[in-house]
Design a protein around this ligand. Structure first.
Ligand SMILES: NC(=O)c1ccc[n+]([C@@H]2O[C@H](COP(=O)([O-])OP(=O)(O)OC[C@H]3O[C@@H](n4cnc5c(N)ncnc54)[C@H](O)[C@@H]3O)[C@@H](O)[C@H]2O)c1
Length: 446
């Protein structure tokens, strides 16, 4: 964000007459808590207890009446830490099928690398478990219909883990957009800038990593069978055999946010460019990517991820409409309304003086109140999240609400496929050096 923009926002948040800053209330959470019955404990298990799995599990356990029964992971150190963190009574195993066979497990959180999402989710659904499946829902396009069909056939709840969909700031943005606060939406710009000093996605490899402590064949699963490689095991995002680069990791969040706020199903056309600009450490995915998407009759979308962002750590959206803009940045949403001033015409000063005089005269007779709009009309409102707000906890509240009431989750498999399928168009476009097409309704490449 530029210095000018920053100081503008700072000033805007201080405005008292022409603008408002409001802390959003925690209504959502309280409402869910009221619906909680006394004897409806949900017993959960975690599959994939790495960085996100542990965050997810901690967030899930913040929701009242939940209990962790078991944890599966391919690295023994993470199983040990799961017992250190959540108690020695937690059952741990390298093989998630042991967890799925347990009748005391109601629901599972799946936070494995992406190449395991489809298999773990379909196995869990088949075993009768409700599923919270981390984003991106898919690794390959063919995973989408398989997961959707498995969820449908099983009758179990499957919620995808893009937590922004349960974030009250995004709900506010949706409400403002629907109410016409920025007029007709025409453009969405979203971005993610990161500055990982140790190397993007170069997560630490533990000192005891070895084929004895890590179940390498189980980690590989359906991926190409290569010899033990601790970098692949702990830094899997850097290779397409396990992840899908910035598209699947970060674009997908921006799509979930865009689709949730606009109610759109997805783009029809995409073109992307990018490359490996800095982290040339053997990875085969770009570290800079920019892409453009068409939402016909609706708006255009541009996305950017930069993993060498010169110290910037930022994620955000700018929604531009005919009568204003809405910016989501960190914990705040800024709505800037715009009322176009009525003007006596453009370029009239190039006409003869007599024509100018007549034009102004006729204009004033048509628009006697043609003064500039009142500052109230162009006001800036800022909405901020309550301190300590955690949208992952909210997303789990919503998941457990669906599990208890057997109702549609906030982010089902169709929503998950529409977000991830759109995101992966960027990789396709880059690979094919071409504009690529997608039918968001049927969720097929065209
Ligand atoms: N929603 C979010 O904001 C968010 C944030 C980060 C990661 N994620 C997603 O969470 C998933 C995990 O990412 P991470 O950063 O935690 O990765 P990670 O490498 O830290 O953890 C993955 C864990 O899965 C284990 N694993 C691998 N194969 C397994 C298998 N067959 N059975 C059981 N365990 C297995 C690994 O041993 C590892 O401990 C990814 O899909 C990622 O996209 C989501």
């Amino acid at each position: 964000m530029s210095a000018t923009r920053r100081s503008f926002l700072k000033n805007a948040s201080l405005l008292t007459t022409a603008g408002l800053t409001r802390a959003l209330p925690m209504l959502h959470a309280e409402e869910h808590d009221r619906q909680r019955g006394p004897n409806d404990q949900i017993q959960i298990a975690l599959i994939g207890a790495g960085i996100r799995g542990q965050q997810d599990c901690a967030s899930a356990l913040e929701v009242p009446n939940t209990r962790l029964i078991a944890v599966a992971d391919c690295y023994d150190g993470r199983l040990t830490h799961a017992r250190e963190r959540w108690g020695q009574q937690v059952v741990t195993t390298r093989d998630y099928r042991e967890i799925l066979a347990r009748p005391d497990v109601d629901a599972v959180i799946i936070a494995t690398p992406d190449h395991w999402h489809k298999q773990a989710a379909t196995d869990a659904l088949q075993a009768g478990k409700d599923v919270y499946l981390e984003k991106p829902m898919i690794h390959l396009y063919s995973d989408g219909p398989t997961i959707i069909e498995a969820a449908r056939r099983s009758g179990r709840i499957l919620q995808v883990g893009s937590q922004r969909v349960s974030n009250m700031l995004y709900a506010k943005a949706k409400e403002l957009l629907q109410s016409g606060a920025i007029g007709k939406l025409n453009l969405v710009n979203a971005f993610w800038d990161r500055s990982a000093y140790m190397g993007a996605w170069s997560y630490t490899i533990p000192l005891d990593a070895s084929p004895q402590t890590c179940d390498w064949p189980r980690f590989l699963g359906s991926a190409p069978q290569i010899p033990w490689n601790p970098e692949h095991f702990f830094q899997w995002r850097k290779w397409t055999d396990y992840g899908s680069g910035v598209a699947g990791d970060l674009f997908v969040h921006l799509f979930s946010g865009t689709h949730f706020i606009t109610g759109s199903q997805g783009p029809t056309r995409a073109v992307a460019t990018g490359g490996l600009r800095f982290w040339k450490d053997g990875r085969n995915v770009p570290d800079v990517m920019v892409a453009m998407f068409d939402y016909p009759e609706q708006f255009n979308l541009t996305l950017r991820v930069n993993q060498i962002a010169g110290g910037r750590e930022a994620e955000g959206f700018l929604f531009t409409g005919s009568e204003g803009t809405m910016e989501i940045s960190g914990a705040g949403l800024t709505l800037t309304r715009y009322v176009a001033p009525k003007d006596p015409g453009m370029t009239i000063e190039t006409f003869s003086n007599e024509q100018q005089r007549l034009y102004r005269q006729s204009y004033l007779s048509k628009y006697p109140d043609s003064a500039a709009p009142a500052s109230e009309d162009n006001r800036v409102d800022t909405f901020v999240l309550p301190h300590g707000y955690n949208d992952t906890v909210e997303h789990f509240r919503n998941f457990f609400h669906s599990v208890r009431t057997r109702t549609q989750p906030v982010e089902d498999a169709v929503f998950g496929f529409r977000a991830a399928g759109a995101a992966l168009l960027s990789n396709l476009s880059l690979q094919q050096d071409a504009i690529v097409h997608w039918n968001p309704e049927t969720m097929t490449l065209g």
